[in-house]
Design a binder for this molecule. Structure first.
Ligand code: IMP
Ligand code: MG
Length: 183
């Protein structure tokens, strides 16, 4: 029987097993590239938190961890395009090699803003790692250095991704029934 969260899911796009296997590969790639460079993993809250937890455990590296929180959606399925920092990094990032960890790269507004912001603050390098990439909706000239999966132009939830702060605790990535957000 479906639980009360799964009732709102139209279809499963990526299973737990697919996500786990891909993150293992991504971790190996990052570990090889950042050996001896002590990167700073910077998660973009809140959507990153499930992915971040799995990704850092797939990267046996000397590294540091930080979070930044931004908001651009205000409970809609379409980005407002205006990005606001609601929680800033808590340490000096001058000269650091930063790995931004995102749940999904959509219009690109969030990452275009963040990349510029972090470089202004003195970061030495920015590497963008995203679990999902939705290239069909891009409006900013920005691309991921490493993306887990390319997804179609559908609103997805689960594995940290939300709609109006719900569904983050679904363990896989699913497509939300359109009637849920058109209500
Ligand atoms: P962008 O600024 O348009 O690239 O959007 C990035 C942010 O929008 C992500 O970090 C997500 O929080 C959110 N987002 C974009 N597409 C989706 C989606 O399909 N489901 C859930 N959140 C999304
Ligand atoms: Mg979100």
């Amino acid at each position: 029987m479906k639980n009360e969260l799964e009732h709102d899911i139209l279809k499963v796009l990526l299973t737990e097993e697919q996500i786990k296997a891909r993150i293992q590969e991504m971790g190996e790639q990052i570990t090889e590239e950042f050996q001896g460079r002590r990167p700073l993993f910077l998660g973009v809250l809140k959507g990153c938190f499930v992915f971040m937890a799995d990704l850092i455990r797939a990267c046996p590296l000397q590294s540091d961890l930080e979070f930044i929180a931004v908001s651009s959606y205000q409970n809609s399925t379409v980005s407002s395009g205006r990005v606001q920092i609601t929680h800033d990094v808590q340490q000096d990032i001058t000269g650091r090699n930063i790995i931004i960890v995102e749940d999904i790269l959509d219009s690109g507004s969030t990452l275009a803003f963040l990349k510029n912001y972090l470089l202004t603050k003195g970061a030495a390098s920015i590497t963008i790692v995203t679990l999902l990439d939705k290239p069909s909706r891009r409006t900013k000239a920005i691309c991921a250095d490493l993306a887990g999966f390319t997804v179609p132009d559908e609103f997805v939830v689960g594995y940290g991704l939300d709609y109006a702060q719900h569904y983050r605790n679904i363990p896989y990535i699913g497509v939300l029934k359109p009637e849920v957000y058109s209500k």
